[in-house]
Design a protein. Structure first.
Length: 266
């Protein structure tokens, strides 16, 4: 994991290198349209407020949870005590990025959604609220955390979410194998290490098609994750990527004749 100073320098480099986010200089009509209508969409959708009130409540919640440690990526057999408040303030995607997930699902009409890393269910709630007809399968290893997430889905009246509890290393193959159609949208936000990230990508590719949008979290968080991101960009199924620094978008569109990699300020 990079130090805050290293990450800050990397962010500055990204900021000055990236396309300015207004669409200038983006010659791909597909990407241009997404920048204008999704990245730059500042509409205050009603779902945002209800999800953010749940987040706010959790930021005050001092309930102690006994949590399996997935710190090193796979279960170590160790547990630790953490309050809901600590998890809500350190492990969840900030509203700006969670809202972008909501808009992407809306824009691409994604119906079959997979998330690795539920935590307290905030990003899951954004994914599931974008389209109540969509089905979201979300995966989490820590039982006590998943149980808070499930109460949040109830409170938000989201009945289109299924939470699969267990280590991804064991549960992902079951989820992929039972699926009869391709996932349209995949958010990978757990176990930020190179080899597991690449393994999950490879496994999920088996249930993907050219509509599938992958979103990888924390692609510049560590040298390991930057290497994983580079390998994903080079993968033969990948035709287009967009680096937004804190997340990376990956497309498998076949209309895209030449591979293209964009870095866009967000
Ligand atoms: C960063 S949090 C997810 C945050 C959530 N997407 C949000 O922003 O609202 C990552 C979660 O992945 C879980 N996790 C990490 N590695 C895992 C593994 N190998 N199997 C199952 N869960 C894992 C952790 O327990 C943690 O709750």
């Amino acid at each position: 994991m990079y130090s805050p100073f290293q990450l800050g320098l990397k962010y500055l480099r990204y900021f000055f290198r990236a396309s300015n986010g207004k669409g200038h200089g983006i010659h791909s009509p597909f990407v241009f349209d997404m920048v204008i209508n999704v990245l730059n969409d500042n509409t205050d959708y009603p779902a945002y407020n209800s999800i953010e009130s749940v987040r706010k409540e959790m930021m005050r919640d001092k309930t102690v949870l006994t949590v399996e440690d997935f710190g090193a990526g796979s279960a170590t057999g160790l547990t630790k005590q953490r309050t809901v408040k600590q998890i809500a303030s350190s492990s969840l995607k900030k509203p700006k990025y969670a809202r972008l997930l909501f808009r992407l699902v809306n824009y691409f009409h994604s119906k079959n959604i997979l998330e690795l890393g539920t935590s307290l269910g905030v990003t899951t709630a954004y994914l599931a609220s974008a389209d109540k007809e969509a089905k979201v399968v979300t995966m989490e290893g820590a039982k006590a955390i998943a149980s808070v997430a499930e109460s949040n889905f109830k409170a938000l009246q989201l009945s289109n979410v299924e939470c699969v509890i267990g280590n991804f290393d064991e549960t992902l193959s079951l989820v992929v194998n039972r699926e009869s159609s391709a996932f349209n949208f995949v958010f990978i936000d757990g176990n930020h290490r190179k080899q597991p990230t690449l393994n999950y990508f490879q496994q999920i590719l088996e249930k993907s098609d050219e509509s599938t949008v992958f979103v990888f979290d924390d692609i510049h968080w560590s040298k390991d994750m930057e290497e994983a991101w580079e390998e994903i960009k080079q993968h033969s199924s990948v035709t287009l990527t967009i680096d937004l620094f804190f997340i990376g978008l990956v497309f498998l569109r076949k209309q895209q004749k030449e591979k293209e990699h964009f870095v866009i300020r967000f």
